[in-house]
Every structure is written in C-alpha cells, then in structure tokens.
Write a protein that binds this ligand. Sequence first.
Ligand code: ADP
Ligand code: MG
Length: 367
Amino acid sequence: MISQFQESLHLTARTFQSEMLDTTFEDVLEHIDSGIMLFDEEGVLSFVNKQMYGMLDLPRSSLVGCTMSHLLAHVQLSRFKKKLVLRIYRETVYKGKPSYEYVDEFGRYWRVTLSSGEQLKGSYLFTVKEISDYKLIEQTAYQNDNLAMLGKLSASIAHEIRNPLTAIRGFIQLLRPHLHQLGKEEYARIILAEIDRANDIIHEFLTSSKPSVPQVGMISVSALLKEVVLLTESEALMKGCQINLHQLQNDLIISVDVKQVKQVVLNMIKNAMEAITDRIDSDMGRIEIGARREGAEVRIFISDNGKGMDILTLDRLFSPFFTTKESGTGLGLSVSDRIIKNHGGCISVSSRLNEGTQFVISLPLIQ
Ligand code: ADP
Ligand code: MG
C-alpha cells in the first residue's frame, strides 16, 4: 500500500516536472528575440511563437495547422509578405541554403535560418532574427578599411606630386629673368605663389594622413603653451594683436605627442590672428590663452576677438579642405581635430559673428 502510494507520488512529481519544463520551454520560445516556426514531418505548422506571427501580422490561431501552401494562400497575408515567404521558401527549402538574408520594407536586415535533419525527426524549423546591428558594424568596418586604404593611396600620390613641383619651381625661377625682359614677371610671381600653395596643401595633407605613431611624452600644459606663445608672439604683434597667456597651474600634466599638440595650438593661434586681421573695424586684436582642470581632463581655451563665424562656417569647420580664405588650405582644423581625437580628447568651438571665437581643446590629464 505504502509502496503504491510512493509510486503514484513519484509519478505525479514526474508529470508535474515535465509539465513545468514544457511551460518553461514554451515561455522561453515565446519570449526569445527571434521568430520561430516549426513544420512537422507532414509539412504542417505545429508551433509558431509570438515574434513570428507578429512579423507575419497574422493571428496565431489561423496559422497552427497550416501547410506552407496554406500560408501562401492566406487571405490576411500582405502581398509583400507573400512574396517574401515564397522567396525564403525557394532559397532555403528548394535550393537547400541553410540561411537567407533580406531587407524589409523599413530597411531593417533579417536572417532566416532553416534547420532540419535527423535531430528534428523530419521537421523543419525556421528562425528569423534581426541583424541590422551586425550589418552596420560590418559596413562600418568595410568603410574604415576602404578609408584607410584611400588614405595610404592619397598620401603616396601627394608625396609623388611634390617632386615634379620642385622641378617646376626651379625652372620657373630660371626663366624669371627672361619673363622680366618680356614684361611678364607677374606670371612668374603667380606661378611661384601657386606652387607654394600646392606644396603647403601637400605638406599639411601628409602630416595629417600619415598614420603616425604618436611620440608620447609627458609635459605640463603650462610649458607647452608658453613655448607656442613664444613662437607666435612677434608675428602677432606685427599683425596688431596681443597674445595674453593666463597664469596656469603647474600640476596640469598631459601625456601627448608634444610636437603634434603644439601644432594644434599653433594652428588655432594662426587662425585667430587671421580672423583678427580680417575684422572690419580695427579694434586691438586680442588672443586669450589659458587652461583649467575639469575633472580628469584639462580644457585649453584659445579665444580671439576676430571676425567670428556664421552658422554655415561653424557647420563645416572641421571638414578637410573647407576654407573661407583666399589662400587657405582648409586643412588646419581637420588635422587638429584628428590629432586631438587620436589623443582621446576633443575640440569644441563657440563663435559669434563680428565678436569673436573660442576654441576649447579637452585632453585627458595624467593623474
Ligand atoms: P584655413 O585656415 O586654411 O582656412 P582651417 O581648417 O584652419 O583652414 O580653418 C577652416 C576655416 O575655419 C577657416 O577658413 C575660417 O573660415 C574658419 N576659422 C577657423 N578658426 C577661426 C577663428 N578663430 N575665427 C574665425 N574663423 C575661423
Ligand atoms: Mg588655418
């Protein structure tokens, strides 16, 4: 009697457990992030989860018990989806491809996988999963690869253009006296100026596109700024502007490629001086340079009371070759932006037309 009771208890426990498992599995399948549809060995749809009937936009009750041809003839299935199901069926079941990718009407990427075989005892299992994120990563990787190649290619072309330019420059200089005799010295002057401009562009391009490994060294922001100001002070005075370097704390230490970061600050001071000379009213030009700690970063600011910028200029500022100057290269800021990003920092800018501009360079500090 007792053993009979024990057996029945055991049995109840087993049934209970397997029911529990069934419901858990169904729950899992119901809430998984892929659409699932199972056709049994007779080709009859025996299971479909929420994701899948949601994608087909059909009620579950009208799907279970359907065959593939019933599904294709379903009155509530949209034309677009009918075509898609047919295509998936042809590519996977007919042609035997294990998976098929498609783009839906909203531009999202999906992958359908068909599993069949012995383990499934003749059943066919379709799973559909959105793969837009993977596709985006794949495309970005592909683009980056292309960009890197393009960068290398253009750097070598730029390098090759330099040699003939040097030769042309030399010969024009030789011809200069003859052009002078003909009263056409102006031509020589223009050619030389244009060659120099082309050389400048190539020089800036090469320094920017070289996948340079930064020569990292530690330096205090104060020392770095002092050195740059020293380099530019006399030119600034000649152009009627005064550079004011604020008193800086000595504990602002950064670990950077000093030459590159100096180049960035130099570019900005040069731009500031040019903006001041371009200003219509002749106020005394002022360039303020300073730095302050902001959490784990240092913010170096360079502001000027030059001509400022309109929205259109502000929008395109960092694009390579964007310039508003007659003899500008439009590379200064795009190069600077790249350098600072390579150092894990960023550049921001604020500006008012006819009032001035402030650039802020943020860089991680050595703690
Ligand atoms: P370039 O100086 O050769 O023109 P940059 O990349 O250094 O190239 O600058 C791009 C453009 O951004 C400039 O042509 C100018 O219009 C604008 N710009 C940069 N800095 C300033 C500034 N401090 N004030 C006003 N405009 C500026
Ligand atoms: Mg510039």
